[in-house]
Design a protein around this ligand. Structure first.
Ligand SMILES: O=C(O)CNC(=O)c1n[nH]c2ccccc2c1=O
Ligand SMILES: [Fe+2]
Length: 220
């Protein structure tokens, strides 16, 4: 209906203003309740179906002490989705909604650039599963060497996630904020943006329950 369309538009505009402000001020932006409960759960069930079908490749092996001898912790397991595959329609809708935010924020920002970028493309969606049992991701920069990726967008799918018993915190160490870190809990229906370059080194702390996220990288 026209009304619903208007409301949706207003929400998108509101989110874009929030994204522009926070990316400018902090280089990081969190949007909670991005899709709403129903659609969020629809995306989650598509990811859980994939998981039961075993599509997640064996994640990188991370030995617990840099050598292979001790128990190796299986790190992230990933699969790439473009959203047009069968049984991925809900993931496809999520991707379109994130695209809409980025492209509109790109236009709303001064003369059509978001930050210093003119976003004009993105990767496929990377669906990542941290299988729990201590799986983590060491401190890193997504794009340390100007490979074109400028914004990282991560959508989290973890219902009733409790950091205290499940871990899996994303800790960002924003450059220039020496004594500050941004601790992001991977909560259900939470969308996160951050600049992909050296401004945002970050780590995924050990997760003790299965932890799902969908990442898109936007490039200019
Ligand atoms: O899940 C998170 O909260 C953050 N996640 C990351 O920073 C992250 N960054 N780069 C990757 C590259 C390949 C496979 C997985 C990843 C990955 O989870
Ligand atoms: Fe990363």
């Amino acid at each position: 209906s026209h009304f619903l369309h208007e409301a949706h538009n207003e929400t998108t505009n509101g989110i874009c203003r929030n994204v522009i402000h926070d990316m400018d001020a902090y280089g990081v932006c969190v949007v909670d309740n991005f899709l709403g409960d129903g659609q969020g759960k629809a995306v989650l069930s598509e990811v859980l179906d994939m998981s039961t079908k075993g599509v997640f490749k064996d994640g990188q092996l991370v030995s617990s002490n840099g050598r292979q001898d001790l128990k190796t912790i299986r790190g992230d397991q990933i699969t790439w989705i473009d959203g047009r595959e069968q049984h991925c329609t809900q993931i496809g809708k999520l991707i379109s909604r994130v695209d809409a935010i980025i492209m509109r924020a790109n236009k709303m920002y001064n003369n059509g650039k978001l930050g210093d970028y003119n976003i004009n493309g993105r990767t496929k969606a990377m669906v990542a599963c941290y299988p729990g049992s201590g799986s983590h991701y060491v401190k890193h920069v997504d794009n340390p060497n100007r490979d074109g990726r400028c914004i990282t967008a991560i959508y989290y799918l973890n219902l009733h996630w409790d950091i205290k018993c499940s871990g899996g915190l994303l800790r960002i160490f924003p450059e220039g904020w020496t004594d500050k870190v941004a601790d992001i809990e991977p909560l259900f229906d939470r969308l996160l943006f951050f600049w992909s370059d050296r401004r945002n080194p970050h780590e995924v702390q050990p997760a003790f329950h299965t932890r799902y996220a969908i990442t898109l990288w936007y490039f200019d």
